[in-house]
Design a protein around this ligand. Structure first.
Ligand code: PLP
Length: 388
């Protein structure tokens, strides 16, 4: 199996699994119980909170565990709207994850107003556009740190400085960035930050929301007093332990791994662009791209058909976000970057990670080029192109 879909999810690191196992067995206690074994579980949970906080330059008291990226995005945005004294205007971009975009569309139905900023041809949001969109009733700016489809890393600090100048909160969805590139909440100048463990070799169904001290944020889950009365529900203890262990490993290995995976990314992109005609790279051309992201448009063919061909030969990749795989609509991210329907429909995302080696590029190229040729030979678009 050639796994090139690490942006959809990553395999759990065996060291993370080992750290989690006791919390499914001997250490099964509810951390809210008062007896001593339960207090040990509470202590382990808080130690994990410390690892998560350290990994983003936050204090432990600013980290709240959630069920993952989607919940954290929903909480950050809904919580800021409900708590806002300024008004109910939200600024976001057209290239955000559906966890943000679909929520914003829902909030519009409930009376909020939303500005969806454009992105440029590489997927960047312009800081000038952010500043121009701020109104007296703006309560929140929500812009992602790194795009899940094309890997573009936005200049979040610039947005943060603008947000502070105008007294508006800034939330960033850092799901694709945390664990892969350095992330520091003070350097980024953010008030709210979303992370999710299954994108950095931790378990699924566990994430966190960073909430800067003093930020006014209403809870979305009501019930028990867990997470300091901010997020009710018995904690996913094993998940929390796994998330902390995964982040600790990522931090230790990040500087080497970032260089190694970035080189693989560049070599893979070059191999495709040089080896297969009528291909183009989508996303940022320079430094500001996630280490593992290669997003390529193959002219004259459908990305979905190519994916199925690759799957039949044991290769896993994606057309974009895992949630929209299987949908035949062109990617909203690529369309917002100004790609034609044809180029957006013909795009594939290969995302590299810890398990990938240079041999994987050779293995992919052996099956990719013949698959593209086969599909193009069946394509009326290609036929027209050849004849003209
Ligand atoms: N935000 C981004 C940028 C993502 O890539 C994802 C997952 O693909 C999410 C949010 C949702 O995270 P989760 O799967 O933990 O709900």
């Amino acid at each position: 199996m050639l796994y090139l879909d690490n942006a959809a999810t990553t395999p759990i690191d065996p060291r993370v699994k080992d750290a989690m196992i006791p919390y499914f067995t001997d250490m099964f206690y509810n951390p809210s119980s008062v007896y001593s074994p339960a207090r040990k579980v509470r202590a382990a949970l808080n130690e994990s909170r410390g690892f998560v906080a350290d990994s983003i330059g936050a204090d432990s008291g600013e980290v709240f565990f959630t069920s993952g990226g989607t919940e954290s995005d929903n909480w950050a945005i809904k919580g800021a709207v409900v708590a806002s004294a300024r008004g109910k205007h939200i600024i976001t971009s057209r290239a955000e994850h559906h966890g943000v975009l679909y929520l914003c569309q829902h909030l519009e139905k409930l009376g909020c107003t939303v500005t969806y900023l454009p992105v440029d041809s590489e997927g960047f949001v312009s800081p000038d556009d952010v500043e121009a969109a701020i109104r007296p009733d703006t309560c929140l700016i929500s812009l992602m740190l790194a795009n899940n489809e094309v890997g573009t890393i936005n200049p979040i600090r610039k947005y943060g400085e603008i947000a502070r100048k105008h007294g508006v909160l800034l939330h960033t969805d850092a799901v694709q960035a945390v664990g892969h590139i350095p992330v520091n909440v003070d350097d980024l100048c953010v008030d709210l930050l979303t992370l999710s463990a299954h994108k950095f070799y931790g378990p699924k169904g566990i994430g966190a929301l960073y909430v800067r001290k003093g930020t006014k944020l209403s809870p979305v889950f009501h019930g028990g007093a867990q997470e300091r009365n901010k997020r009710a529900g018995t904690e996913n203890v094993a998940g929390i332990i796994g998330m902390g262990a995964a982040l600790k490993i990522c931090l230790e290995e990040m500087s080497e791994e970032k260089v190694r995976v970035s080189k693989l990314r560049d070599d893979l992109a070059q191999a495709i662009l040089d080896g297969i005609p009528h291909t183009s790279l989508n996303g940022a051309k320079g430094e500001n791209r996630l280490p593992g992201n290669v997003n390529i448009s193959f002219r004259f063919i459908e990305g979905e058909s190519l994916l199925l061909h690759l799957d039949m030969q044991g290769c896993c990749a994606s057309t974009g976000s895992a949630c929209s795989s299987g949908a035949l609509d062109p990617s909203h991210v690529l369309m917002s970057m100004g790609l034609s329907h044809e180029l957006a429909n013909g795009a594939i995302r290969f995302s590299l990670g810890r398990g990938n080696k240079h041999e994987d590029i050779d293995a992919l190229m052996k099956i990719l080029a013949p698959s593209v040729t086969k599909l193009r030979n069946l394509s009326p678009l290609y036929d027209d192109f050849i004849k003209n």
